[in-house]
Write a protein that binds this ligand. Sequence first.
Ligand SMILES: Cc1cc2nc3c(=O)[nH]c(=O)nc-3n(C[C@H](O)[C@H](O)[C@H](O)COP(=O)(O)OP(=O)(O)OC[C@H]3O[C@@H](n4cnc5c(N)ncnc54)[C@H](O)[C@@H]3O)c2cc1C
Ligand code: FES
Length: 290
Amino acid sequence: MFEIVSKESLAQSITKFVIRAPFVARKHRAGNFIILRVDDHGERIPLTIVDSDPKEGTITIIAQTIGKTTKLLSMKEAGESLLDVAGPLGNPTPIHNYGTVVCIGGGVGTAEVYPIARALKNAGNKLVTIVGARTRELVILEKELREISDEYIVTTDDGSYGMKGLVTNALDGYLQRYGRVDGVYAIGPIIMMRAVSDFTRPLGIKTFVSLNPIMMDGTGMCGACRVTVGKETKFACVDGPEFEGHEVDFEELMTRNRSYMDLEKQSLEKFDGEMASHQCKSHAKEAAHA
Ligand SMILES: Cc1cc2nc3c(=O)[nH]c(=O)nc-3n(C[C@H](O)[C@H](O)[C@H](O)COP(=O)(O)OP(=O)(O)OC[C@H]3O[C@@H](n4cnc5c(N)ncnc54)[C@H](O)[C@@H]3O)c2cc1C
Ligand code: FES
């Protein structure tokens, strides 16, 4: 069992957990992820390792609640435990001193890009960070990213904070002010990673994206995370999760990720129904004892 050492809400439906997982903490490198199971009825879900503390034997994960398993996770409290934490999985991000790099995080992808941004900064790069969120309340890790960035830019869709617009508008603005950059890392919704890749392709800027297909075993055996990159079949869990954005077939990834949407919706509705009925029974018992 893997103890939850602490839990903190970062934004509406985005929660940070510090989990005791000494082996994973010792081996973690930027770009790795874990596959966890909340309990023995739970699905296996992949989450990026945002940070690790080998001395304390802990790792940090940040999860957005979008379906049944992430909801179940969000209901866990410090002191409780998770059934399984497998990892570190995936290839570490190749970290070099490229010169000037732009790290772009969209939504909860900001948590996923943070360890990479930090490693790139430590390798001597000039770091420009662009964070995109729907609205001000969903901007996460601002303090942490400002601390390591040479330039930090926020965009919100509704203009409630920073620049109104998309991360590609901010990247365009930066390039107009300073000319070329030497590399771009973009992590977030597929549509955002595709837009960034489409923007940088004609400019010839090397662009890496971290793909988020459905994953099951995380070891290259089940084929669930199949993606097409440069017309070749790859398994994101063992060949990625980072790939060159200009080579990725984003349309196929979007279609494959939508495959189980009806089942996922049903599963969340069933779970919400069970929780509501459980709460009703608890209230009825309390009333009977009162
Ligand atoms: C390498 C990797 C790293 C990730 N890191 C993070 C992270 O740091 N923080 C975060 O909030 N999310 C992260 N995700 C996405 C996260 O795994 C999904 O949000 C989660 O699995 C949803 O599960 P659910 O049961 O709550 O939702 P469901 O209702 O089951 O699914 C909602 C959507 O989540 C995605 N999803 C569902 N099951 C899986 C699965 N087994 N594998 C991958 N995607 C799935 C699908 O797009 C699906 O449509 C990552 C995904 C990958 C592949
Ligand atoms: S998750 Fe099974 S092959 Fe990648």
